[in-house]
Ligand binder design. Structure first.
Ligand code: DC
Length: 220
């Protein structure tokens, strides 16, 4: 692969599932950039920093020691201060914290630098909110993966039920809508789908169909 593949889209649209499968098929690494914002939110929480206090977060940034590592299986792990914190990233609290911390321009600039470092070394498939529009804006392979908010809430409920966790559809739908709004209305590098980007709506697609749509787009 000469060029990297950029994927943007709202929370829960299936970006990471599609990206992981496509990465395997293409034999290139997958970088989940949302995990980096989540890891930042975890690090802030551990240091007692309120992510809505931009000054406090900015002052903390020089101490933020984040690292992306890959296991032999290709699985991505996130380390903060040398400790693997991947298991702490997927709570509703951290989802909201990541969305809030991602509004801060200095946080975004620091994480984008790390993301570009990874992409400089080799072609990768990367997903997030500003990958097509900013991080990998030079690549010809740009995709926007989306689905209706209701379908995304249904998928999240199903996932939580399968994990034996409590799941209330209305609360989850409200969280999704709030996060969509925060991510697409923030002032700095908001989530947008531009005209040079191929849109894949997964509302009525299986995972395999979505992967095929993406791979077809890469080959065109
Ligand atoms: O993809 P995710 O749900 O794991 O991302 C968590 C939050 O991080 C999301 O609500 C917005 C933010 N994010 C971002 O602003 N830019 C990215 N490239 C990736 C994630």
């Amino acid at each position: 692969m000469k060029y990297s593949i950029a994927i943007d889209g709202p929370a829960g649209a299936g970006k990471s599932t599609v990206a992981k499968l496509a990465a395997k098929r293409l034999g290139i690494p997958y970088l989940d950039t949302g995990a980096m914002y989540r890891a930042t939110a975890v690090a802030c929480k551990r240091h007692g920093i309120d992510v809505t206090d931009w000054e406090a977060v900015r002052a903390f940034l020089p101490q933020l020691k984040l690292e992306v590592r890959y296991l032999d299986s290709g699985e991505q792990r996130m380390l903060a201060d040398g400790e693997d914190i991947t298991h702490l990233l997927r709570t509703e609290d951290i989802s909201q914290g990541a969305s809030l911390v991602s509004m801060i321009p200095e946080v975004r600039d620091a994480l984008v630098e790390l993301q570009r470092d990874v992409a400089h070394r080799q072609a990768v498939i990367m997903d997030g909110r500003d990958i097509c529009t900013n991080v990998l804006s030079d690549t010809p392979h740009k995709f926007f993966i989306t689905a209706s908010a209701e379908e995304r809430a249904n998928r999240r409920v199903k996932q939580l039920v399968e994990q034996g966790q409590p799941a209330d559809y209305e609360t989850i739908l409200a969280d999704i809508i709030r996060r969509d709004r925060q991510d697409s209305e923030r002032a700095y590098m908001p989530l947008v789908c531009k005209e040079d980007t191929v849109k894949i709506d997964t509302t009525n697609l299986t995972i395999d169909e979505a992967v095929e749509a993406l791979l077809q787009g890469v080959c065109e």
